[in-house]
Ligand binder design. Structure first.
Ligand code: ZN
Length: 293
């Protein structure tokens, strides 16, 4: 049947080409399991443009099944924690953290401000409708010397004593300083070096501090043009598959606008990792921090 062969050949060739493209390492399938957003803010200025059904819808459509909620002020976290029916319906578990900031002014002085320490203790005693607070942060240290501030030191010790996870936006020098106050603390390093500290130095810190976990939003150099991990980062994640997590960092409303796109971006490079590693970074490492698995 020469005529049939003639008709089929281009189709077969096209199919083979498509198959080859599908198997190419440049385009692995995207990760399609659950995500744990370990760095989420629901700040006061987000709540009017993005009411609860809006943000929960964005999480649900993104396959985000748990969040670390920390908001300025803590009312935003409380709103998420209080919406038991809505979060359950969206399939989202809320893990509440105590934010150190009542307002923008607190960003730059919290580490030496005793009233912040008292606020943390009051919040801890108060708890949330979703259960007790599980962590402290996100806090910022724009000058790593402030990691030795009296309130920074006491909060690290409190976290270690009460088994609270710390979420810290700091540089590599501050990581060493914070762990010096509380060597057994568990600390999520927001952005894992947002200033672009070299990956070798990041690795050194991971080797030294077993309680260190890296959150990867905004990390410069993490991915390449094709959306996959840069080789050095892939190597580090494979070396420490239990020590990395993902997050949205919805610090401004624009991040809410692009929430689903952000999560799709994570799914692209997660898909390039071995399946078990992808699942750990996407979900299990976050769940393990809070005894959820
Ligand atoms: Zn943040």
């Amino acid at each position: 049947m020469p005529h049939l062969r003639h008709l089929l050949l281009p189709t077969v060739a096209g199919g083979l080409l498509a198959l080859a493209a599908g198997l190419s390492p440049a385009a692995p399938p995207t990760y399609n399991g659950p995500l744990f957003d370990t760095h989420l803010h629901y700040n006061d200025d987000a709540q009017a443009p993005h009411p609860l059904p809006d943000v929960l819808g964005r999480m649900q459509r993104s396959g985000v099944q748990a969040i670390v909620a920390n908001s300025r002020p803590n009312d935003g976290t409380r709103a998420l924690a209080a919406a038991r029916d809505e979060t359950r319906a969206a399939g989202v578990t809320v893990v509440p953290f105590i934010r150190l900031y009542r307002n923008r002014a607190d960003y730059t002085g919290w580490f030496a401000d005793d009233s912040i320490y008292r606020m943390v203790q009051d919040e801890l005693a108060r708890g949330t409708p979703a259960g007790p607070y599980r962590g402290i942060g996100e806090f910022h240290l724009y000058d790593s010397a402030n990691a030795d501030g009296p309130v920074a030191r006491r909060l690290m010790q409190l976290a270690q004593d009460r088994d609270l996870v710390v979420l810290a936006h700091v540089d590599d020098v501050a990581i060493d300083k914070l762990f010096a106050h509380a060597p057994k603390a568990r600390l999520i390093w927001a952005h894992t070096g947002i200033g672009g500290v070299p990956v070798e130095r990041v690795r050194e810190l991971f080797d030294r501090h077993p309680g260190l976990v890296g959150e990867l939003s905004y990390r410069p150099g993490l991915t390449q043009d094709d959306g996959q991990l840069a080789p050095a980062w892939r190597e580090l994640l494979l070396r420490y598959p239990d020590r990395f997590v993902i997050g949205s960092d919805t610090w401004i409303n624009q991040r809410w606008q692009y929430y689903e796109e952000l999560m799709r971006g994570y799914r692209v490079w997660l898909g390039g990792l071995p399946g078990d590693v992808a699942r750990r970074v996407a979900w299990e490492n976050g769940a393990a921090l809070f005894g959820m698995n």
